[in-house]
Design a binder for this molecule. Structure first.
Ligand SMILES: NC(=O)c1ccc[n+]([C@@H]2O[C@H](COP(=O)([O-])OP(=O)(O)OC[C@H]3O[C@@H](n4cnc5c(N)ncnc54)[C@H](OP(=O)(O)O)[C@@H]3O)[C@@H](O)[C@H]2O)c1
Ligand SMILES: *[C@@H]1O[C@H](CO)[C@@H](O)[C@H](O)[C@H]1NC(C)=O
Ligand SMILES: *[C@@H]1O[C@H](CO)[C@@H](O)[C@H](O)[C@H]1NC(C)=O
Length: 332
């Protein structure tokens, strides 16, 4: 009798869990905290430093934070785009923020020697930084065995080494202050081995290694470390992607008919992750969340399913197009 009850309980738990995973556009921890956790407005008055804030996920996160009166440092290379995002932030803040509350930094992440200067500028301006959100980065579409070694290096330079350098600066600052929070945009490609993005997947997995190590090392030291893993989002990302050849961008843009999260929704989920100090969060449209759970917790089922549906299905789920498109793009 007791075992029957336990058995039914476990079965019901499994069913409910599966249904929830299929309904949410993020992992269940994040979905729970969105509903029952701290609201973004808990960060009101705090200072968040966002890299890659001139478009896409960085812009979306800036908007979600500005709406709740969070002060912002917006960093990227394109000054005009940063100005545009700043104006949008001021508008959406509805009077909660003034021009002084949004600082623009024209900053190339690859100019590693300038990191300290820009971080100090932000601290000087606000007298404080509460959260560093490392979001700048580029993706890749390439065939694994054809990728030039210099592409691996360039991708790691931007997606990993520049991020780690800036984060070290922030962590030293947070050490001296006694508390702090660093976050980074990884990707579902930091969780699962996605095809046709060898160096990119490597770079995002490396990010998990660096940041998980940091979190463990700082246990009990008031340092929060958040790793944010989006699936496909409507941004400039695809066309800006590296390929397998040095100096060649992918150049194919996302289409309005693609299946992707909007950058506003993704930004909102990033802001909720920050407000609740979550260690890791995933965000994507169906079926990529159940797909990721399967890959992580049931690797054998994942492998078998992939054999049956084929790699092209996976490519389609990511880019809303066939692999064929990538092959043609490379010819141009
Ligand atoms: N979109 C997706 O489907 C997706 C999925 C998973 C993960 N992500 C991650 O999301 C992050 C943001 O990408 P996104 O999708 O929002 O693409 P995006 O719209 O192309 O934004 C990329 C941002 O990074 C900045 N950036 C690029 N190179 C830089 C450099 N050398 N120095 C300083 N800033 C630089 C860009 O600004 P400037 O050009 O003005 O410098 C821009 O603000 C990336 O880390 C990416 O890996 C995106
Ligand atoms: C970041 O890199 C620069 C240039 O190599 C170096 O001078 C600086 O010390 C690095 N920052 C940290 C915190 O290690
Ligand atoms: C952590 O932060 C709290 C409040 O900010 C502070 O009281 C405490 O001393 C800090 N602990 C450490 C180990 O720095």
């Amino acid at each position: 009798m007791l075992f029957t009850i336990i058995g039914v309980g476990v079965f019901a738990y499994g069913i409910i869990y599966t249904i929830l995973v299929c309904l949410a556009d993020c992992d269940l921890q994040l979905a729970f905290f969105e509903r029952f956790g701290k609201k973004i407005r808990n960060l009101k008055g705090k200072v968040v430093f966002i890299t890659g804030a001139s478009s896409g996920i960085g812009e979306g996160t800036a908007l979600a934070l500005a709406k709740n009166g969070v002060k912002l440092v917006l960093a990227a290379r394109r000054l005009a785009e940063l100005e545009r995002v700043k104006q949008k932030c001021l508008e959406i803040s509805n009077g909660l923020l003034t021009s002084e509350d949004v600082l623009i930094l024209q900053m190339d992440m690859l100019d590693i020697k300038s990191h300290q200067k820009y971080f100090d500028l932000a601290v000087q301006h606000f007298g404080n930084v509460d959260i560093l959100f490392n979001n700048a980065g580029r993706s890749q579409r390439a065939t694994w065995e054809n990728i030039e070694l210099d592409i691996h290096k360039q991708l790691f330079e931007l997606n990993v080494f520049s991020v780690v350098n800036l984060t070290s600066i922030a962590v030293r600052y947070f050490n001296s202050k006694g508390s702090g929070h660093v976050a980074v945009t990884s990707s579902l490609a930091g969780v699962v081995g996605v095809p046709f993005s060898g160096s990119y997947t490597g770079s995002k997995h490396a990010i998990h290694g660096f940041f998980n190590s940091l979190r463990t090392e700082k246990t009990g030291k008031n340092l929060t470390v958040s790793i944010i893993c989006p699936g496909p989002v409507f941004t400039n990302f695809l066309s800006e992607s590296f390929t397998e050849t040095v100096g060649k961008k992918y150049g194919i843009s996302a289409k309005p008919t693609d299946r992707r999260l909007t950058m506003e929704r993704c930004g909102e989920l990033c802001a909720i992750t920050l407000a609740n100090q979550l260690d890791e969060s995933w965000m994507a449209l169906f079926p990529l969340i159940p797909f990721t759970y399967t890959a992580v917790y049931f690797p054998l089922i994942f492998k078998t399913t992939l054999k049956i549906v084929g790699v092209n299905t996976l490519f389609k789920l990511r880019d809303s197009s066939d692999i064929q498109l990538m092959t043609e793009a490379k010819k141009n």
